[in-house]
Design a protein around this ligand. Sequence first.
Ligand SMILES: [Fe+2]
Ligand SMILES: [Fe+2]
Length: 370
Amino acid sequence: MKKSIKVAENTYWVGYVDDRKVPFHRLTLEKGTTYNSYLLMTDKPTIIDTVDISFGKVFMEGLKEYINPEEIKYIVINHVEPDHSGALPLLASKAKDAVIVTTELGAEELKLMYRLQNREFLIVRDGDELDIGGKTLKFFETPYLHTEETMITYCVEDKVLYPCDIFSSHVATYDLFNDLVSEDIMPDFEVYYKLIMHPHRPYVQSMIEKIKDIKIDIIAPSHGYILRNNPSKFIEIYDSMSKPQGENKKALIIYSTMTGNTKKLAEKLSLGLEDKGVNTEVINVSKDFNMNEIKSSIESADLLLFGSSAVEVINDYLKNTNIKLLDSSYMIKVTGMNDISLPVRVKFNPDLEEERIKNIAHAIGDSIIG
Ligand SMILES: [Fe+2]
Ligand SMILES: [Fe+2]
């Protein structure tokens, strides 16, 4: 049974409760989920996110109970994945004059996905505000939470944060407010964080930095519970779970060098790992070294990096050991980043590729901390 769910003044939940076992990326959501869409009935009526592509028609029916879709002026798309933007083509076909509000990358992707050629887009950037006639929306770019184009929306007057995938839970329920739920919601909230957000935890930290000075009374995400009882508790949980926790991890970089370039690369990777709190020891085997000391360092290390011009030879050797090898596909699985290419190859002087090497070291650090 569907009922009217009021989130704030003139603001209603118009989403869909999906109580199937929902296939989702590589997972099955055993408890189903909800696609939370919000209607802000201001002078310029605004929709924040839609529902999964499978439920566009039902979504439109529900929406019509509140408003004639032709009156909608803005459609905010925080995140283009089809579980959020899926009903956009249908909605846009009825809300003929509505402007689609999203990030630059979001607009590019939506145009490709849904062939929205003759449609006005409003591209928003970090901190931009939009007057929707009685309420003000403020936008924050939150890349990789969940995918690269993602942003979140904050209603200034209502102090409601609409963080899309962030702070969500996968549960199918109409009892959406966390203060009305009798069961403990924390396990579902934390499992969601671990599966969806934790691989991108450096970005979680940046997101928290962006919202730390705004007053938030309600967190209204795109899946599951709307958090209006003690919302700051949930932000603190994300903060503590995403903080670098490499203090107990140790890396060892062993390298040889002829020109000094591998030494520079080793030092840069070491600094990047240290940024993540990973204790890193660096040993140059071109100079005098003590084999027993190296052996004991290897035994206590969580991560070994070998630096040499003979990358293929070392790689082939390692493939025949039972050591877990960090390669590009492993990095995608563990960190969600698809632009980390391993082994790290640098032509000539690593000083020219400072930024790339730092990013790789950070991703490697994240992969072993998790
Ligand atoms: Fe997503
Ligand atoms: Fe989602």
